[in-house]
Write a protein that binds this ligand. Structure first.
Ligand SMILES: [Zn+2]
Length: 141
């Protein structure tokens, strides 16, 4: 599997290509594209499938990583955390445990469409990460 830096580079290249394709072939507006891109980058650098180990993504949370410690302990490396659907869903659910109480006390929630776009961006970053892990593993064997 690529290291953290390799995953970051691969994911950013895939993001650039994806944005060009989305601009060309979809009717998404600039706000939607920005939300997708930000979510994708957040998924790459803060919600990576490698949150199941002591990775750079995990360490980027600083003191807040305590909220991710159960995730790291519960998920075996490259197990469900690297699943195409369950991986991002599990990390978004964990993120919701952190963010929803904050939004509740702040009395504000983003529109549902924006939350769906955010989930889509995180899913995209997860997918590219998992594919890169798989390709690298097959090439090395
Ligand atoms: Zn990985």
């Amino acid at each position: 599997m690529p290291n953290d830096k390799g995953h970051g580079t691969i994911n950013l290249l895939a993001l650039a290509v994806s944005i060009l394709i989305l601009i060309r072939y979809t009717a998404l507006g600039s706000v939607e594209l920005v939300i997708l891109a930000i979510a994708y980058m957040f998924g790459t650098f803060f919600l990576s499938p490698d949150m199941d180990i002591n990775s750079t993504s995990y360490k980027r949370w600083g003191y807040l990583r305590i909220f991710w410690w159960p995730y790291k302990v519960f998920f075996r490396h490259r197990g469900y955390s690297h699943h195409i659907i369950l991986g991002p869903f599990s990390r978004l659910a964990n993120l919701a445990l952190i963010v929803v109480p904050v939004m509740f006390f702040a009395g504000t929630y983003p529109p549902v469409e924006h939350m769906i776009l955010f989930a889509g961006g995180v899913w995209g970053a997860n997918t590219v990460h998992v594919v890169a892990d798989g390709v690298q593993t097959r090439v090395l064997i």
